[in-house]
Design a protein around this ligand. Sequence first.
Ligand code: PLP
Length: 425
Amino acid sequence: MTRNEQLFEQSQKVIPGGVNSPVRAFRSVGGTPVFFSRAKGSRVWDADGREYIDYVGSWGPAILGHAHPGTVKAVQDAAANGLSFGAPSEAELTIATRITQLLPSIEKVRLVSSGTEATMSAIRLARGFTGRSKFIKFEGCYHGHADFLLVKAGSGALTFGNPTSAGVPPEVAAQTLVLDYNDVAGLERTFAEIGNEIACIIVEPFAGNMNLVKPTAEFMAAMRRLCDAHGALLIFDEVMTGFRVDLGCAQKLLGIKPDLTTLGKVIGGGMPVGAFGGRADVMDALAPVGPVYQAGTLSGNPVAVAAGLATLAAVSEPGFYEGLAARTAKLVNGLSAAAKDAGVTFCADSVGGMFGLYFAAKPPASFAEVMQCDREKFNRFFHAMLDRGFYLAPSAFEAGFVSAAHTDADIDATIGAAREVFKTL
Ligand code: PLP
């Protein structure tokens, strides 16, 4: 038995499923999850000492590569001055100011400790500000695990959601309307019927939780137009795309100004940080100024904020995103060419430092199309790559991430290994 296998067996006795977040258990791809013991740059090492080139990057935060020296130093320095204050500090002002400089749509911002807290709080705020209860999300988008976000489409034209988790009351799910991503007609129909009851739309501006799915310009424009026409707020959930696709985030690439934005992952540089922010008039509905309650013992934690500030400083260097996007594009183009040579139906796409791999003839535009990709082939590809020392997301439904620490040689080695694997599929 390997050390990985031993650890997994023991963990299952004391941790549900052996993991602290379900996707880590490899249920989608099968097999034993890899227990990490160390990570540096583009590499991770498992409990048996095996080295992998990592394309998960802790699910997005590790944009500079693991254990980036500047970030580690900032964390060490901050830790020496106190791990948590529970009182305001200057570093919180610094990171809030930096976020408002980088994202013109954010006039005021509040820090939390996870992406889930950010989206949960942003939706409460939108409901409190508008005085409305219903909101729209899209099938296949993930916004964390608050009750009212664990909802899938119900049946019928105007679909009120069904819970996707036990423990979510149907009455709660009924306030969440679930529409299809990129479906402009569905949006128009819904707003025509009950536009004055909708508090907000929440959307992943590039969806990264159903593989990678890009929005059409019409879809983006329709959301902005319909929210404006009906007094609803548009929330961009940029927990994944924020500072991953561009220094100005997805909203800059797409040319759309949301009312509220949620952030996480990269802004914590690997430490637990989330944020939500936007229009000052909306944000001022938050306690202690306004009537919408929101709080956190560890919010704005000085060690986490130090990691975030160091990360934001590094990604602000000139040319950072050009280099990251070029290496990510090189990876997806190389994989596509290798699959084509092997006669495998496959394509790949990227935006900034995030990418999607599809065992399908063309990139999907909706959750239904994502479900048509050949999942069984992905699983075989995943395991064959893992055996060769390449750690991809252990699910056909997740985006992948390249970091600034991935070298051209890393990318070439990945494409070379995939070339062999495609021939066996
Ligand atoms: N929103 C998006 C778009 C995400 O990708 C995630 C996590 O993957 C979340 C929200 C939830 O963030 P967290 O896992 O930090 O709670």
